[in-house]
Write a protein of this length. Structure first.
Length: 447
């Protein structure tokens, strides 16, 4: 049996360029000389800011976007040279797509939405409904089969969309910001499903996101900026041994003393914030800190509100404004140069941000005092109840993390592990929230 080490790329993008309105005054270049190879069973994330070309690359791989120059090959076939019949078969059988906006048909039941791709293939109603019901049961929404999309939550709708993408059993799943419209709990559920499809079903997953918290799910992360691939990072390399290894700079190379406290702290931070570069230390870390703190606290808002809020957060982290001014700036309309938030949200956000900033300050200035206040802060914010046995373990784990003697993943495992097995016994969701809170505090205190 052929092993993965001998396989060819399942997807190959060769010097792809996408130009809109070519030769006209409003010409726009979405992709420039983009080359990417993706291998079977990989989970690849395409990461970058809005407008960087990541969704254009995904749609080019799907065949929904034609190349202006260059080529896209999927399964050894060049998409641009396929006949119309070949294109139809490719979209029906080779790929499944999941979108941020769900795209469910409101007049069809949930089950009918899931099996719609099979209808286009002319499969008999009984067979297709059996397959659809199996998928709905797998994703915990079988009871919703006879309902309509407007009766479901956002998380349920996205699970329906994933089921629809799988109904023809494609080898490749393409996901464009699949959790962009979801709350944090629903988002984690969807991300867990995609991970399961990759690890258990061996689907090749390609996901577009601008959220750095998602990067740990991927085997490989492709970073994009201004229509180009600027670098790659590898978490788990599933490619053949002949494939080029990532050339990303290791964090410890920044420091002459690889065992120095600064090197160790930065290395552990980079395990939590994958797009943190060594050159972003000290004063250059402020924009990154502002972006991470903003993403950590708020839900989805429009780009202009987020952009303005990030600018005010930078000013706060530079100590150019105080908490009162931050709240006032966020509450000011966009037309007047403010954040365009309402007063209640601005006050709530400022209070939350200030609590994290203050905790980071205490932890930095006095680690011993910071350990005590951090433990109390986490208990109060996450309403945790400890036993006489689990409390000292919790405090000891915080101490190890503050002293950079333990990383993020090890901390999570210990918080999540049962008390009988030496852990703290927190449920997984609470443990993950606590770890994210600790990591943002560790980032803010770093200098």
């Amino acid at each position: 049996m052929e092993t993965l080490q001998n396989t060819e790329p399942i997807i190959r993008v060769d010097k792809l360029r996408i130009v809109y309105n070519q030769g006209k005054s409003n010409e726009m270049r979405a992709l420039e000389e983009t080359s990417v190879e993706i291998y079977p069973h990989e989970y690849v994330i395409i990461f970058g800011p809005s407008g960087c070309g990541k969704s254009t690359l995904l749609y080019s791989i799907s065949g929904l976007q034609s190349a202006t120059y260059g080529s896209v090959y999927v399964g050894g076939k060049e998409l641009g040279k396929m006949t119309q019949a070949e294109q139809v078969y490719f979209h029906q059988s080779s790929i499944g797509m999941v979108f941020q906006a769900f795209y469910l048909i409101s007049s069809l039941t949930i089950l009918d939405n899931v099996v719609l791709p099979k209808v286009f293939r002319g499969e008999d109603p009984k067979t297709r409904k059996e397959v659809g019901q199996t998928l709905l049961r797998r994703f915990g929404i079988a009871a919703q089969g006879n309902k309509f999309p407007n009766e479901l939550s956002g998380g349920q709708k996205q699970r329906v969309a994933i089921a629809r993408s799988l109904v023809n059993d494609p080898e490749i799943i393409l996901a464009d910001e699949p959790v962009g419209n979801l709350d944090s709990e629903s988002a984690e559920n969807v991300l867990a499903i995609l991970k399961d499809l990759n690890e258990v079903d061996k689907k090749t997953i390609i996901m577009v996101t601008h959220n750095p918290e998602h990067l740990a799910y991927a085997d490989r992360v492709i970073f994009m900026k201004d229509g180009r691939v600027v670098k790659e990072e590898i978490n788990r390399d599933k490619r053949p041994s002949t494939a080029a290894a990532s050339k990303t700079t290791k964090p410890e190379e920044k420091f002459a003393d690889k065992n120095s406290p600064e090197a160790l702290e930065l290395q552990m931070l980079m395990e939590s914030f994958k797009n943190l570069l060594p050159k972003q230390v000290d004063i250059l870390l402020i924009p990154f800190k502002a972006k991470q703190l903003l993403a950590h606290i708020i839900s989805e808002m429009n780009d202009e509100q987020i952009s303005m809020a990030e600018a005010f957060l930078k000013e706060r982290l530079f100590n150019n404004i105080d908490a009162k001014k931050l709240a006032q700036s966020l509450d000011t309309s966009l037309e007047e140069g403010g954040g365009g938030w309402n007063s209640l949200r601005a006050q709530s956000f400022t209070k939350r941000a200030e609590a994290i900033i203050e905790q980071a300050r205490i932890t930095k200035e006095s680690p011993q005092k910071g350990l005590r206040t951090l433990a109390e802060y986490l208990v109060e914010n996450f309403h945790i109840k400890f036993t006489q046995e689990s409390w000292p373990r919790f405090v000891e784990l915080l101490k190890l993390r503050i002293e950079n003697k333990m990383g993020q993943l090890e901390l999570l495992r210990n918080l999540d592990a049962p008390v009988k097995k030496g852990g703290v016994g927190l449920n997984r969701i609470t443990a993950e929230k606590i770890v994210r809170e600790i990591e943002i505090i560790m980032l803010l205190k770093y200098s």
